[in-house]
Design a protein around this ligand. Structure first.
Ligand code: UFG
Length: 328
C-alpha cells in the first residue's frame, strides 16, 4: 500500500514539484490547496482537494478522506513586499493557517510534518554564509511568520509529540527538467521569471534594484536553488522523520553559491539570445546585500546535495518552461 502524504499548497510552485518527487519515490501526494495562488494544472500526481488552511473543517475532511501518514506544509503567502503592506493577512494565513494544520494533525493522529520555511528567518547576516545555527532575526512580516511557525513546531513537539523538519529555502528557481511544471506567480516578483518574461517580450524590459551594494559587481548576491533539488530534499526530510523522536530539526537549502543579479540577467540573455532592456532603479526596500547558504548540515545530516542548481541548468529549465507555457 502506498503511503499518502497531505501536501498543503500542492498546486503551488515548490509544492507541485514536491508532489512529483513524492510520486517518484512511491508516495501518493494529496494536494490541499485553495487555488488562490496555486494552479489546478500543476496537480498531476495525485488528487486535488480544494480547501483552505483557514477552515479547520476542510482540513478535517481531507484527513478523514485520505488518511495521510504525514504532512508537507507549503500553503502560505510569500511576497515580502506585500507582507509589509498587509501584515495581518500574512499572520492569519501563515501562522493561524499553520496552527490549524497542526491542530488537525493532532485530531487525526498524524505526527510528522515537513515545513516550508525560509532563509529569511535569519534576516541580514552581513554577508556571512548562513547556517542553521545563525541567529533567528527576521526583518519582514513574511519572514516573521515563518519564524513564528518554526516556534509553533517546537511547542507542538513538546505538547503533542510532533516530529518536524523545517526547510529554510534560499531562492527557489528553475523548472521541472521534464518540462511538466514551472513557476507561474501572478503578479510575478521574482528575478528569473521576470527576466524570462522580458526576453519573451511580455514586458517592456526590466529593472535592477540597485547596483551600489558592497558586492563584487554592486548588485545583490543570492543563492539560487533549483526547485527539483528542493523537492528532493523534502522527500529526504520525510524519510528522516520515519522513526524520529519528537522535535524540530532545521536545514538550510541553497546551492551554496552567491550569484549576482547581473550574472543572472547575463545568463538569461545568453540562453534566450535576446538582449532585452535592463534599467537601473533605486534599491528595493528590505533587500539584504548577500544571502548565501552553508550546506554542510544538509549534506552531512540529510544526505542531500543539489545536482541541478548550477546557474545554467536553472536558467535553461526556467527559460524552456516560460517559452512553452507563457499562456499560464
Ligand atoms: N531583483 C531585481 N529586479 C527585479 C526583481 C528582483 O533587481 O525585477 C533583484 C532583487 O532586488 C534581489 C534579487 O533580484 O536582489 C532576487 O530577488 P527575488 O525577488 O527574485 O528574490 P528575493 O531574494 O527577494 O526573495 C526570495 C523569496 C522570498 C524569500 C527571500 C529570502 O522569493 O520568499 O528570497 O531572502 F523570503
Amino acid at each position: 500500500m502506498t503511503k499518502t502524504i497531505l501536501v498543503t499548497g500542492g498546486a503551488g510552485y515548490v509544492g507541485s514539484h514536491a508532489c512529483k518527487a513524492l510520486a517518484a519515490a512511491g508516495y501518493t501526494p494529496v494536494s490541499f490547496d485553495n487555488l488562490s495562488n496555486g494552479h489546478e494544472w500543476a496537480v498531476k500526481w495525485g488528487p486535488l482537494v480544494v480547501g483552505d488552511v483557514l477552515n479547520p473543517d476542510d482540513l478535517d475532511a481531507a484527513f478523514a478522506a485520505h488518511k495521510p501518514v504525514a504532512v508537507m506544509h507549503f500553503a502560505a503567502l510569500i511576497e515580502v513586499g506585500e507582507s509589509v503592506k498587509y501584515p495581518e493577512k500574512f499572520h492569519r494565513t501563515n501562522v493561524t493557517g499553520s496552527f490549524n494544520v497542526l491542530k488537525a494533525m493532532g485530531r487525526a493522529n498524524v505526527d510528522r510534518i515537513v515545513f516550508s520555511s525560509t532563509c529569511a528567518v535569519h534576516g541580514d547576516v552581513g554577508g556571512a554564509l548562513i547556517k542553521e545555527s545563525s541567529p533567528i532575526d527576521p526583518i519582514s512580516p513574511y519572514a516573521k511568520t515563518k519564524a513564528e511557525v518554526e516556534g509553533l513546531l517546537a511547542d507542538f513537539s513538546l505538547s503533542d509529540g510532533l516530529k518536524a523538519v523545517a526547510l529554510r529555502y534560499f531562492n527557489a528557481s528553475g523548472a521541472d527538467p521534464d518540462g511538466e511544471l514551472g513557476e507561474a506567480h501572478d503578479p510575478e516578483s521574482h528575478l528569473i521569471p521576470i527576466a524570462c518574461q522580458a526576453a519573451l517580450g511580455q514586458r517592456d524590459g526590466m529593472f535592477i534594484y540597485g547596483d551600489d551594494y558592497d558586492t563584487p559587481d554592486g548588485t545583490c548576491l543570492r543563492d539560487y536553488i533549483h526547485v527539483a533539488d528542493l523537492a528532493e530534499a523534502h522527500v529526504k526530510a520525510l524519510k528522516r522523520l520515519d522513526g524520529a523522536v519528537p522535535g524540530v530539526e532545521a536545514f538550510c537549502l541553497g546551492g551554496g553559491v552567491g550569484t549576482s543579479v547581473r550574472e543572472v540577467l547575463d545568463c538569461v540573455k545568453k540562453i534566450s539570445g535576446v538582449d532585452f532592456s535592463v534599467k537601473l532603479q533605486a534599491r528595493r526596500p528590505g533587500d539584504a546585500p548577500s544571502l548565501v547558504a552553508d550546506l554542510s548540515k544538509a549534506r552531512t545530516v540529510l544526505g542531500w546535495t543539489p545536482s541541478h542548481s548550477d546557474l545554467t541548468t536553472i536558467i535553461k529549465t526556467a527559460w524552456a518552461w516560460h517559452q512553452k507555457h507563457h499562456h499560464h
